[in-house]
Ligand binder design. Sequence first.
Ligand code: NI
Length: 175
Amino acid sequence: MEVLTLENKLDSEKDRLLRQKAVPVKNIDNEIRKIAENMLKIMHEGKGVGLAGPQVGLLKRIFVTHAEGDGPRVFINPSIIWTSQEQVNYEEGCLSLPGVYAEVKRPGKIKIQAWNEKGRAFTLDLTGLLARVVQHEYDHLEGVLFIDRINEAKREKLLTKLNKHTKLVKRKKVG
Ligand code: NI
């Protein structure tokens, strides 16, 4: 399992996976628990605060989070059932878009319903960082990236930066 990074190319298999809508998890069994465990491990290694199934090439509705001041969490088949009218700005990054960051406006508070890795249903009222991370990860399940939520000029700038960053990393690996 590895994190897919956006290549921003029409014929990219990675981009296709990152841009597709994920399908519901059918059974919360040992297999999905193992996947969740691996996703948490990869997220921690990448120093991320969230990671969604499509980012590891798995088109299933699952994501994990570990925000500051909170513990690790697993969200399976989540639905955001309420969002606040009030929106807030917050700088986002993404393990699939290394080296780029942007301020994104989203609802400040949300209510989410999901199942955890034990198959138990839960509902959470979220605010602050976790509300932000959860909305970002939920977007991944819909094939949406944070750069889709900023204006076009900014997005183009970030994609140029992303391409440079990716080339640099590739060159480093060779050299
Ligand atoms: Ni992300």
